[in-house]
Design a protein around this ligand. Structure first.
Ligand code: CMC
Length: 428
């Protein structure tokens, strides 16, 4: 709290004073909680100006394009750290020492297998079900399998649930893919590290031992890392809101997965690739840019724009470098989609419409190109976002449950009919 106060003058009413809080960095916030006692609500659809919680996990400065996890810049984590170390950091607040890191990695490694009965859940889905549809159902169903850790008031239960979720989500993700192509599920191989193991479960078969390139496994790991957390975005806020009711962590993460699915959020990586394929040739880029600028056309350039970033998304910069590395490793430097993507980015960054609205490439713009090069089908892109983001969701859920929290319950500006009397059907 600071000594500063905000004062609100409402015509015909007494002035109302509000305390102002100062974060470590970032804008001050005005505590408007007392306003309801004066007979008013604030109105902020889309929560553009509303801080819904206090958090110590992730900080974004959207104007400068800065993203910090527990204070560490994302580009440093992407080049110096790895996904599981970043998970430890997000969950615990500090980087692990050597022993702590080894212990954490081992714990995750030995929780990768899922209850065998879960295999049966899959056979209830159609083979052509979208893997995100399967993930919403199967992750929520984990609460039916791990009753032993559902006491959310018990810190140890919360910790075990977090480990289980981080460890088992890649297994479920790979199973949802295998199911869709009619191949047998591949058990995790705990000799492999987290990301190589995921690729093994995706691409291995019982007949052939999978060969995982270290460069590609590293690229996969970086994709998970770059998606690990992003402050109070739509899916994380969904997890917090769901968790505020006291729901169990598996149900909360399933809610987060559902929120992530939409094309304005995690579903954009799938949409970017579909868009690049639809453009198909550099000669058609202008046509699509013009469509995106046309107010009468609902089309948007997927992978551009962000609610918070009004500058380059720092994750997109790392993603672009990774795309170059991966395509070089695979000898695909001349990939036509990469060429279209680079040209589109250049045009959009120079076009007054995109410049004035500060629409820069976001994390999803290059991730699809990398995933495609890794052989991941488009329908799995958002699932991969969900795998990486699970740690962010569970860290925010745990932070909320460990502190003081109330059930989330927004209010509304009601514009429907005032009270009126019921009319019998024969009189209508
Ligand atoms: N193409 C064309 N115009 C756009 C785009 C775009 N991609 N994004 C925003 N605009 C325009 C929009 O029409 C509006 O114009 P005007 O002020 O004239 O009405 C203005 O820019 C502001 O847009 P908004 O929809 O009010 O902004 P928002 O903060 O509500 O939405 C967004 C942010 C990410 C949903 C939006 O930029 C978008 O739809 N982008 C494409 C989808 C996408 O790439 N999503 C991934 C987000 S990053 C991954 C994640 O964290 O989930």
């Amino acid at each position: 709290m600071t000594d500063k106060k905000a004062s609100l003058h409402i015509e015909g009413h007494e002035n109302v004073d509000f305390p102002i809080y100062e974060g470590t960095v970032g804008p001050d916030v005005i505590d408007v909680r007392s306003l309801t006692g004066k007979g008013f609500f604030t109105y902020d659809p889309g929560f553009v100006s509303t801080a819904a919680c206090e958090s110590k996990i992730t900080y974004i400065d959207g104007n400068q394009g800065i993203l910090l996890h527990r204070g560490y810049p994302i580009d440093q984590l992407a080049s110096e750290s790895d996904y599981l170390e970043t998970c430890y950091l997000l969950l615990n607040g500090e980087l692990p020492n050597k022993e702590q890191k080894e212990e954490f990695v081992e714990t995750i490694r030995y929780h990768t297998m899922v209850h065998d009965q879960i295999n049966n859940l899959f056979s209830g889905f159609r083979r052509d079900a979208h893997p995100m549809a399967i993930m919403c159902g199967v992750v929520g169903a984990l609460s039916a399998f791990y009753h032993d850790t559902l006491d959310i008031s018990d810190e140890r239960h919360r910790e075990i649930a977090a480990m289980r979720l981080i460890a088992k989500i890649p297994t479920l993700a790979a199973m949802s893919y295998k199911y869709s192509i009619g191949q047998p599920f591949i058990y995790p191989d705990n000799e492999l590290d987290y990301s190589a193991n995921f690729l093994h479960m995706m691409f291995g078969t019982p007949c052939e031992k999978s060969k995982i390139s270290p460069v590609l496994a590293k690229a996969m790991d970086r994709i998970f890392l770059l998606h690990a957390d992003h402050e109070q975005n739509a899916s994380t806020s969904t997890v917090r809101l769901t968790g505020s009711t006291g729901a169990n962590p598996y149900a909360c993460i399933a809610a987060g997965i559902a929120a992530l699915w939409g094309p304005s959020h995690g579903g954009a990586n799938e949409a970017v690739l579909e868009m690049l394929e639809e453009i198909g040739d550099e000669s058609r880029i202008d046509e699509f840019v013009n469509k995106a600028k046309d107010k009468s056309d609902p089309f948007r350039l997927m992978g551009f724009g962000h609610r918070v970033y009004k500058n380059f998304d720092p994750r997109a910069k790392v993603m672009k470098e990774t795309a170059d590395e991966v395509l070089k490793e695979l000898g695909l430097e001349d990939d036509p989609l990469l060429k279209i993507a680079k040209r589109l980015e250049q045009i959009a960054l120079e076009d007054p419409y995109f410049v004035e609205k500060k629409l820069y490439p976001n994390v999803d713009f290059y991730s699809g190109i990398i995933l495609k090069a890794l052989g991941i089908p488009t329908s799995m892109f958002t699932v991969i976002f969900a795998v990486g983001r699970t740690v962010g969701w569970i860290s925010h859920w745990n932070e909320m449950i460990s502190g003081d929290y109330r059930i989330g319950r927004p209010r509304q500006l009601y514009t429907g009919s005032p009270k009126r009397d019921f009319v019998k059907v024969e009189d209508r």
